[in-house]
Design a protein around this ligand. Structure first.
Ligand SMILES: [Ca+2]
Ligand SMILES: [Ca+2]
Length: 527
């Protein structure tokens, strides 16, 4: 194992040590209402309130359990709620009322058009009555009773804040404020571009324990996990037993409004299982599983009898997982975990940001009302476009506090980005290790480290310098007597002079030794 991969290993190990802290911190902030998928909520796919390809529409053009009208067209692959022609309107509604209170709906859709700007948008509905197929609000009826989630492409109020996603509640009395793009009525929203994306865009709308959450997937990847928080609202009271619907409209500008998947899952709190079919199924399945297991075991034993030699080889093979392989496997597993946790963290962060945006919009609305007739600023989303209200202090929240909130939010964003880049880095490094591993079938990681190469180069240069120095000195020593006069310092001694002095000294020492040994020998004679 070379220097580079060792360094990588150390880096990973230290990161793994930090990880539990991050996880503890994250789990400490968890809110049981936020994500029912993780707190033991029973989920059930509701096929009577869903559609998806293939065979979305049957041969006669009908969509099972749904009815559509207006300019909507259904094919086996998708529902084109409104096509890219001028002034089109269409809608599709579930035939049946809901028979469950809490739900999650995932919509996979595309809003595509040739123009830089499109119109008008797509709407998701949960209402007590089915709406029209050619109504004034994105193709459906106004004065609805329930919830509308609007994907509003066109910027009617010219505030440069579209495409915009918003949730609007209505009790059947309010008329939708088209001129202001609904900013006077919206519950919450976010600025997200959903037009002309490389992959289908997705929205996950969840209503559980009176908390409405809208997650959005921007269609830049095909990864199902890349949802971002768009909005979250507590204390939402929707009427029971409503209908689901989708509608869309075009105007002078026109987009195709295509919906590929409409997937409904009902959510049931833990301990409230409705069906009793499940245990029977379970019993049957576990019985089958047992039978298969016995069969497998039997076959295994038979195989062992027939091939007594092979067994050992297999075991030895598994036993000798090389150290590198094991280490890589552990790193890989650790990494996957890290990645999951970071995704979770960033999701939570998005959620926090969503809440702050809510608060900001509330504050600005409150201040606007206090200032009296000041035109309201729609809540800008997306982080960068945020503007704290410029009006003076009107309530309990001061300008400084809002600034602080914004600063905090930016900090959070920066941290999240750092974490993301860090994990990307780790990925890249591991990939390179893996590639190297593949290249070396012996299991030895080959050294191709840039650092090692650099060090060797440096050493080579150093050696060359030393060599040059030696030859230089050699030349000096072998030079003619004239070179001595050219001695730059004046302190240096000529080679001949130095040699002769040394010779004289040696001679003197030699003579002294002879003299001494003789006198000692004479002295011995006297004893
Ligand atoms: Ca609009
Ligand atoms: Ca607008």
């Amino acid at each position: 194992m070379d220097l580079l991969s060792r360094r990588n290993m150390l880096f990973l190990r230290s990161f793994l040590l930090i990880l539990p802290l991050l996880v503890i911190k994250a789990s400490g902030q968890a809110n049981p209402n936020v994500n029912p998928g993780q707190v033991g909520v029973h989920r059930r796919f509701e096929y009577k309130y869903s559609f998806k390809p293939p065979y979305l529409a049957q041969k006669d053009g009908t969509v099972p359990f749904w009815e559509y009208g207006g300019n909507a067209i259904a094919s086996s692959e998708m529902v084109r709620v409104a096509p890219s022609l001028r002034s089109q309107k269409g809608a599709i509604w579930t035939k049946n009322q809901l028979n469950f209170d809490w739900w999650e709906v995932e919509i996979v859709f595309r809003v595509n058009g040739r123009g830089r700007i499109g119109a008008d948008g797509l709407a998701f509905w949960y209402t007590t009555q089915k709406g029209d197929y050619n109504g004034p609000v994105f193709g459906s009826s106004d004065r609805w009773n329930g919830l509308g989630i609007f994907f509003d492409s066109f910027d009617n109020d010219n505030k440069h804040n579209n495409p915009y996603i918003m949730a609007v509640l209505n009790d059947g009395t309010k008329q939708f404020d088209h001129a202001n793009d609904g900013t006077t009525q919206l519950l919450s929203g976010c600025l997200r571009d959903f037009r002309n994306k490389p992959f289908p865009t997705r929205a996950r709308i969840e209503y559980y324990n009176n908390v409405l959450t809208v997650l959005f997937h921007n269609g830049m990847t095909n990864n199902n996990d890349d949802y971002e928080m768009c909005l979250r609202a507590d204390g939402v009271q929707l009427p029971k037993n409503g209908y689901f619907g989708l509608s869309a409209a075009t105007g002078g500008l026109a987009d195709d409004h295509d919906v590929y998947h409409f997937l409904t899952t009902s959510l049931h709190p833990a301990g409230q299982i409705v069906e009793n079919k499940v245990p029977q199924d379970n019993e049957k399945l576990s019985q089958e599983y047992k039978e298969y297991q016995e069969k497998l075991e039997k076959q295994k034993q038979e195989y062992k009898k027939d091939h007594p030699d092979e067994k050992e080889e297999e075991e030895w093979d598994e036993f000798y997982e090389s150290e590198n392989q094991r280490e890589l496997r552990q790193i890989w597993q650790g990494q996957s975990q890290i990645f999951e946790h970071i995704r979770e963290l960033s999701r939570k962060m998005d959620e926090v940001i969503g809440r702050q945006e809510n608060t900001l919009s509330l504050v600005s609305r409150g201040l606007g009302a206090a200032a009296g007739g000041v035109v309201q600023q729609p809540p800008a989303a997306g982080g960068a476009a945020q503007q704290p209200p410029m009006v003076g202090v009107g309530g309990t929240i001061s300008r400084a506090e809002i600034d602080l909130m914004v600063a905090n939010q930016n900090n959070l964003l920066a941290t999240a980005r750092e974490l993301r880049s860090l994990i990307g880095d780790i990925h890249a490094r591991t990939d390179s290790i893996l590639q190297q591993q593949q290249r070396a079938p012996s299991g030895q990681v080959q050294s191709a480290g840039y650092d090692v190469q650099a060090i060797i180069n440096e050493m080579r240069d150093g050696m060359n310098q030393v060599k040059q120095g030696i030859t230089h000195v050699g030349q000096k020593l072998g030079a003619s007597p004239q070179a001595q006069t050219a001695c730059p310092t004046g302190n240096c001694v000529g080679v001949t002079l130095f040699l002769s002095v040394t010779a004289v000294q040696l001679l003197l020492v030699f003579l002294y030794t002879i003299f001494k040994s003789r006198s000692e020998a004479q002295a011995k004679k006297f004893y």
